[in-house]
Design a protein around this ligand. Structure first.
Ligand code: 13P
Length: 279
């Protein structure tokens, strides 16, 4: 069943869980995610990231109809979400295609520009009924890359007071906050700033989102969920699981590679959803 980001995050808040939010740069990952969510009877978010266009895997126009068809026929609530849209034209195209959630990522902009463009994204999304996620602070590296090994990461973490202002002025439905996770493979164990997250959770009323959500310990997942994280973005370690499922094996047919990788991703996603749902 296709639902909006706001609707699926309301389910998460009510059940005190986080909804797993997975990138789908191809049909194999999409099928793996839906199979895992349905096996566990849990809501799930399918995401197309703008940055995946640069990886040459698929365009939004190619993948959106498949994501939407899978969501509509699924037995569980599914949101079809645009991940890290960095320009408003791209967001507009996504809304026209039928995405039920969009993330405007203005983290590389000045605060003034981020506020103004996020407001515009909220105005545009209201026309189609989609919900908006936006970010203040930065995760340090884009998806698909390797996480940065920064000397002074706190400098780009979300400031709780700025977060309050951002949510109030823009009218967003969900806030992505930076508190120690990063996109891509971790080059050292992530150290999460739980005090900062707790403070943001106390001050901000909309659901909170953790990006860079793969590669985190089970204990830390549980702790961030208890501190208000309702959506966990997860891709790198699912993709790694797909690669590991075929590594070192010999195949003569391409479709057997796809099947084995899909199964590897399905198992990884199922494990993640189990933890995020407290199962
Ligand atoms: P990972 O790179 O940790 O899987 O995070 C993905 C993500 O945050 C997509 O927005």
């Amino acid at each position: 069943m296709l639902v909006t980001l706001k609707e699926i995050l309301a389910i998460a808040e009510e059940r005190k869980i986080a909804v797993g939010s997975f990138n789908t740069p191809n049909l194999a990952s999409l099928r793996a995610i839906i199979a895992a969510a349905e096996a566990l009877n849990q809501p799930v978010i399918l995401m197309h990231a703008q940055v995946h266009e640069e990886m040459g895997l698929c365009t939004m126009e190619e993948v959106a109809p498949i994501m939407l068809a899978a969501a509509k026929k699924s037995t569980v609530p599914v949101c079809v979400h645009l991940d890290h849209g960095t320009d408003l034209d791209y967001i507009k195209r996504g809304l026209e295609l039928g995405f039920t959630g969009v993330m405007f990522d203005g983290s590389a902009l000045s605060h003034e520009e981020n506020f103004a463009m996020t407001k515009e994204a909220v105005r545009m999304a209201a026309l189609t009924g989609a919900s908006v996620e936006a970010e203040i602070g930065s995760m340090g590296a884009r998806e698909g890359g390797n996480a940065l090994d920064m000397d002074n990461p706190e400098s780009i973490y979300t400031d709780p007071d700025m977060a309050v202002k951002f949510v109030a002025e823009t009218g967003i439905d969900a806030l992505a906050c930076a508190f120690g996770t990063v996109h891509g493979m971790y080059v050292r164990e992530p150290k999460l700033d739980f005090d900062r997250l707790g403070k943001i959770n106390e001050l901000v009323s909309v659901p909170l989102v953790m990006h860079g959500g793969s590669g985190v310990s089970v204990e830390d997942y549980r702790r961030v969920i208890s501190l208000g994280i309702s959506k966990i973005n997860y891709y790198t370690y699912m993709s790694k699981a797909g690669a590991e499922a075929i590594m070192g094996k010999t195949f003569t047919q391409y479709h057997d590679i796809v099947k084995a990788a899909t199964e590897g991703m399905r198992i990884d996603v199922e494990n993640a959803i189990r933890v995020f749902s407290g199962l």
